[in-house]
Design a protein around this ligand. Structure first.
Ligand SMILES: [Zn+2]
Length: 184
């Protein structure tokens, strides 16, 4: 059993915060076609096993990562891909190693940003700019979108998506994608 109780994941999401997937089953088929995901995890409607090209798309930094790709009888954590889909943009922000968002206008960090946040925007006290949550630089520790692809059990900087994956997602969705980490 791990000493750490922290659960971390790598997330991919569209840069355009209001972008949505209109045909989710087709999107799943496309992700299976490029080999990012395989079959659904039994008993889940949004979780998938990693596909046969997963390690071409996600580069692990360690020399020999101990990645568990299959569910074991003991029900331990294993690496799976979960597709999240929301009616309105949602902010997923790391609870651990959290960073203050940086203002798109003056680039200064906004301390206590929760106090200056509305449903869709954040106000920067340094330069009095109010901008959409997605326009702030979250230093890869948060994302604001309607669609997320979560890859579970990845610690920050432990693994990174390759450009080829971001390009494939852009090709499928006709919109640019970015990535971030979240630890809960
Ligand atoms: Zn500012």
């Amino acid at each position: 059993m791990s000493l750490s109780t922290s659960r971390c994941a790598l997330y991919l999401c569209p840069k355009q915060h209001d972008f949505t997937i209109n045909d989710l089953p087709q999107f799943v088929t496309q992700l299976q076609h490029i080999g990012l995901i395989a079959a659904p995890v039994a008993g889940q409607d949004s979780g998938f096993f990693t596909g046969e090209r997963f390690l071409d798309y996600i580069a692990y930094m360690g020399c020999s990562p101990a990645i568990q790709f299959e569910a074991s009888a003991a029900g331990e954590n294993f690496c799976q891909v979960i597709i999240h889909h929301y009616d309105a943009a949602k902010l997923i922000v790391s609870q651990k190693q959290a960073r203050d968002p940086h203002c798109p206008n003056c680039n200064k960090p906004v301390k206590d940003w929760l106090s200056y946040k509305t449903e869709e925007s954040i106000s920067c006290r340094s330069c009095n700019t109010t901008a959409n949550i997605a326009d702030f630089d979250w230093r890869k520790m948060a994302g604001y979108a309607r669609v997320f692809i979560e890859i579970t059990d990845i610690f920050p900087k432990e693994a990174m998506p390759q450009q080829i994956l971001l390009d494939k997602l852009t090709g499928i969705c006709k919109t640019d994608w970015l990535y971030f980490y979240s630890c809960q």
